[in-house]
Design a protein around this ligand. Structure first.
Ligand SMILES: *[C@@H]1O[C@H](CO)[C@@H](O)[C@H](O)[C@H]1NC(C)=O
Ligand SMILES: *[C@@H]1O[C@H](CO)[C@@H](O)[C@H](O)[C@H]1NC(C)=O
Length: 258
């Protein structure tokens, strides 16, 4: 099933919405467009979020933001006019922390300096795995080589990647994304990374667990047909694609800005 709406504020819900108990929203491209500074809110989206919050539906926000902590990220959303709190937002880092706890792993981090605080309470001594995120400027030879050295020295090397994008677009041009560096470490250590983030089913499942709902009771709204809509549908959720954000670009190239 694939239903398209012009934007989040579009009136009228799909027929399947009648049995719904929860909604998961993508952020970038659905509620706002990234750009200089905080970016800009998409027209009508703040009102649509308000309306959803006033309904009986549970609401969560699913993003692959990995350059900032949830607190900083949510601060930006609030400045853009959205009534969203930290506990409602699901980026990959907290999902990764849950996996670490479950499996008793201690990470070496190759992530953006802005994300480090998110891992404050995590035991990073004597690491037995590596977590890589979109580190941008922090993808130096030194930092990459350090992550490589940790991995290759492990008896059972485990590499987690927060997303696996190839590149994205910022106002000053295209930027290499985490997937490129993930591949480099995979190649060097002859292993396969475990990706945490959209469209991974474990990532969506962690959001469902938090809502306490079954997949068929939840609708995912996103602008990316593969990562948002497809990922949700593979988990048994319903998916709706909006025609904002990267919608137009999908047919030509995966040219995402978020
Ligand atoms: C990350 O990059 C920033 C900006 O270039 C730099 O100031 C900081 O020292 C770097 N941190 C690490 C751990 O490489
Ligand atoms: C983030 O998600 C979008 C879809 O919403 C996807 O196109 C993009 O490649 C993802 N970025 C990362 C870092 O995985």
């Amino acid at each position: 099933m694939r239903i398209q709406h012009s934007n989040m504020a579009a009136t009228g819900w799909p027929e399947c919405a009648k049995s719904l108990k929860g909604v998961i929203l993508d952020l970038c491209g659905v509620l706002y467009d990234s750009g200089e500074g905080d970016g800009v809110a998409i027209s009508g989206s703040a009102a649509a979020v308000k309306k959803l919050k006033e309904s009986d539906l549970q609401l969560r926000f699913c993003t692959n933001e990995t350059q900032a902590t949830r607190e900083k990220f949510v601060g930006k959303l609030q400045r853009l006019g959205f009534d969203i709190s930290v506990s409602e937002v699901f980026p990959p880092a907290p999902a990764a922390i849950a996996v670490l706890k479950e499996r008793g792993l201690r990470p070496h981090l190759l992530v953006h300096d802005g994300l480090l605080d998110e891992f404050d309470g995590v035991d990073k001594s004597n690491p037995n795995c590596v977590i890589i995120g979109d580190a941008a400027e922090n993808f130096s030879y030194k930092n990459l080589n350090e992550a490589f050295t940790v991995l290759i020295g492990l008896e059972k090397p485990v590499l987690f990647s927060l997303g696996q994008g190839r590149y994205y677009k910022e106002t000053d041009g295209l930027k290499l994304d985490v997937g490129v560096y993930m591949k480099a470490l995979e190649y060097a250590c002859d292993l396969k990374a475990e990706v945490i983030g959209k469209p991974s089913p474990t990532f969506f499942q962690s959001v469902l667990n938090d809502m306490g709902l079954q997949p068929h009771e939840v609708l995912m709204i996103g602008d990316d047909l593969v990562n948002d809509v497809g990922g949700a549908q593979r988990c048994g959720m319903k998916g709706v694609q909006v025609r904002t954000g990267k919608y137009r670009q999908i047919v030509s190239r995966d040219f995402s800005s978020c």
